[in-house]
Design a protein around this ligand. Structure first.
Ligand SMILES: Nc1nc2c(ncn2[C@@H]2O[C@H](COP(=O)(O)OP(=O)(O)OP(=O)(O)O)[C@@H](O)[C@H]2O)c(=O)[nH]1
Ligand SMILES: [Mg+2]
Ligand SMILES: [Zn+2]
Length: 335
């Protein structure tokens, strides 16, 4: 028995355009549900405020699926039926996705791995210990920009920094236009900015390396210790990959939050557009070089990039990241 349907739909971010889509499909007899956990071809879906169930994909979805994106992912709205006398639902349709956060699968497969869908805000979570790495942050930014979601840089473990305000300022200078916040597990309750993002009906996801404290924050935000957390390794300060699957929760602020496993590496492959977007400033500069085939090397005559590097209007780290990302994208395009 499904109760509180309307309240559930509001809380979980259902909207009029999804309602219209369902109507146009003439699938009004099916029940909207949101995927909260993905297991091996079995999905835990939310169907009511306090009601979840397992659901499997229908035969037609299975038969027609060609790529990863044809399967449901955490964050998806799906339409399900619940066969009589069954505790398991059947997913018949995946609703259009507002945003898709993905990266390339590690290994040989080039099929994009979906990290989550229908996300409004992506918190790029990085600890202020050795994990803080501008180049990695830039890679994260690049995939977030391509997803259509809003990126926010979240610096964790502020307590271990000697001057957190300076770190915030440095990161802000490095990533102009991106909001940067610092948090600390002893003072989560002072992180008022979170209310601005975790509004009812919205979905946010925390991504970042293992051990930066994503699940610690998620537990605080859901008001209970449900997500497993674990100390980082002594020798190199890296996490132990404690969280092993993505999981969507309702936060006490009202908004939905997704905890994710720490990422081992980010492959850029398909993110050429994201790279371009993020480095628009450099692309623009390059247009001003004297020669259209300018390679922007030192001593190249009339090179606007080199000129900006010299007078420091372009940061050297940014230029290096740009070159590195470009060569990665080029490399992936070839393979
Ligand atoms: N000093 C300090 N430690 C923290 C803070 N937040 C979390 N930690 C600790 O960092 C360790 C790792 O935290 P987790 O929440 O498990 O990290 P995670 O990002 O979820 O890691 P994965 O699930 O492996 O991706 C735990 O021992 C936490 O207690 C903080 O603000 N300050
Ligand atoms: Mg975790
Ligand atoms: Zn040039």
């Amino acid at each position: 028995m499904i109760y509180n349907q309307k309240e559930f739909l509001l809380l979980f971010g259902w909207n009029d355009s999804l309602g219209l889509h369902q109507k146009n499909l003439e699938l009004n007899q099916l029940i909207p549900a949101r995927v909260i956990v993905e297991e091996k071809h079995l999905y835990r879906v939310q169907v009511g405020i306090d009601q979840t169930m397992y659901a499997a994909i229908s035969g037609p979805i299975q038969n027609q699926a060609r790529k990863r994106a044809d399967y449901p992912a955490v964050g998806d709205w799906v339409l399900i039926s619940i066969p009589e006398n069954s505790e398991r639902g059947i997913i018949h349709h995946i609703m259009p996705r507002k945003t898709i956060l993905h990266r390339k699968q590690i290994g040989s497969s080039q099929d994009a791995q979906i990290l989550s869908t229908n996300v409004d805000t992506v918190f790029i979570t990085t600890s202020v210990n050795d994990d803080l790495n501008y180049r990695r942050t830039e890679r994260y930014l690049s995939i977030v920009r391509e997803s259509g979601a809003q990126p926010v840089i979240l610096l964790t473990k502020a307590d271990i920094a000697s001057d957190i305000q300076k770190i915030i300022r440095d990161v802000e200078i490095e990533f102009p236009g991106i909001s940067v916040y610092a948090i600390c597990h002893d003072e989560f309750e002072k992180s008022f900015f979170l209310f601005d993002y975790l509004k009812e009906g919205s979905t946010s996801v925390f991504i970042g390396s293992s051990g930066v404290g994503k699940s610690t924050l998620v537990n605080y935000l859901i008001g209970r210790h449900e997500a497993k957390t674990q100390e980082i390794r002594d020798d190199d300060g890296k996490g132990k990959h404690t969280t092993t699957s993505r999981h969507l929760y309702v936060s006490t602020c009202g908004g939905l939050i997704i905890d994710t496993p720490g990422m081992r590496e980010l492959q850029m492959s398909d993110h050429a557009d994201g790279v371009r977007d993020q480095f628009a400033e450099i692309e623009e500069l390059a247009q001003k070089c004297k020669f259209t085939n300018c390679e922007h090397q030192v001593n190249q005559p009339g090179c606007a990039v080199q000129k900006s590097l010299l007078d420091q209007t372009l940061s050297a780290t940014k230029w290096m990241s740009f070159q590195k990302l470009k060569s990665e994208v080029k490399y992936r395009k070839r393979t």
